[in-house]
Design a protein around this ligand. Structure first.
Ligand SMILES: [Zn+2]
Length: 305
């Protein structure tokens, strides 16, 4: 039975939407996100609009590629014998490309509804790509050893239907890897509505470690690992959230870094950058100290069929 979240209480109110928590399943969700919308249109407007330059400034793009290599390595350590993977919302496909190149993957498939990123992955990287939502695709049972969703699960309108479908697509003892912002994180509690992980224009669902594990168990998955530190995201999300709280302002630095949201350099962006220099090292230390807690910034769950 898919939860309809009828028994809910309001957590935050924004102009565009409000955020609620379901008392039955503990999942947190944005009211607006659950209404029907054209996801292709939403993600084509700026996500990966420019497939050559990518989403960020050029120097940050190099960092992103290094992190995608690290992600491929992580996948290899999670499941060394896996030879097939489906990455849902596969960005521009760099992780899949590295898995094929360096880790002898026979099948590396991705789904991507942003046109530019889809064409880049298919034409430039030669990957097996699908430009539709997972629920519109037909994969035979036991098609993949691994299914991954990196910062995608919080964007999906029907997460429970996804889990049901993914379970069928996995081979016996196949692994599911989900990474999302951690709603139970120390900065979400500290900064509230200024927390960068809310990103209410795009995010629909929010998860604490226990709520996500409960949901996975409901669909027959065994939880193999839960942790809440990400070298790529933790420090940045913590620092930007705290700076936004301190200055009672928008995520200027985050916007500045993104090509399509194009905030040009101005005094406020510069001010945020200076604060970043001071606050980032502290955030890095706090996130490291919280490594073994469930209060870190980013939630990674590895589950097995
Ligand atoms: Zn619910």
């Amino acid at each position: 039975m898919i939860c309809t979240h009828d028994n809910k209480k309001k957590i935050y109110a924004f102009d565009s939407t409000s955020i609620w928590q379901c008392a039955d399943c503990a999942i947190i969700f944005s009211e607006k996100g659950r209404e029907p919308f054209d996801s292709k249109e939403l993600y084509n407007t700026y996500y990966y609009k420019n497939e050559i330059a990518g989403r960020f400034n050029w120097w940050l793009e190099l960092v992103v590629k290094a992190f995608r290599f690290f992600r491929a390595f992580k996948i290899f350590t999670i499941s060394p014998r896996a030879r097939s993977i489906l990455d849902i919302g596969s960005g521009r496909g760099f992780m899949l490309c590295y898995l094929k190149k360096f880790y002898r993957y026979k099948r590396a498939a991705g789904t991507q509804i942003s046109r530019g990123a889809f064409e880049f992955s298919r034409d430039k990287l030669g990957l097996e790509m699908y430009d539709r939502d997972l629920l519109e695709l037909d994969f035979p049972d036991a098609s993949f050893d691994l299914v991954t969703l990196w910062h995608v699960f919080e964007h999906i309108r029907e997460p429970e239907r996804y889990l049901k479908k993914i379970r069928n697509m996995l081979t016996k003892k196949g692994k599911l890897v989900i990474e999302v912002p951690n709603f139970g994180s120390w900065t979400r509690k500290l900064t509230g509505r200024y927390w960068l992980g809310l990103d209410v224009d795009y995010h629909i669902y929010f998860f604490t470690p226990s709520a996500l594990c409960m949901l996975l168990k409901k669909y027959g998955f065994k939880i193999k690992l839960v942790h809440t530190f990400s070298l790529e995201y933790s420090t940045f999300i913590s620092a930007q959230s705290i700076i936004s709280l301190l200055t009672r302002s928008d995520q200027f630095f985050f916007r500045y870094l993104q090509v399509e949201k194009a905030t040009s350099m101005n005094l406020r962006v510069f001010g945020h950058m200076l604060l970043f220099l001071v606050i980032s090292p502290l955030c890095f230390i706090v996130n490291i100290l919280l490594f073994f807690s469930k209060k870190g910034e980013v939630l990674l769950v590895i589950a097995e069929k």
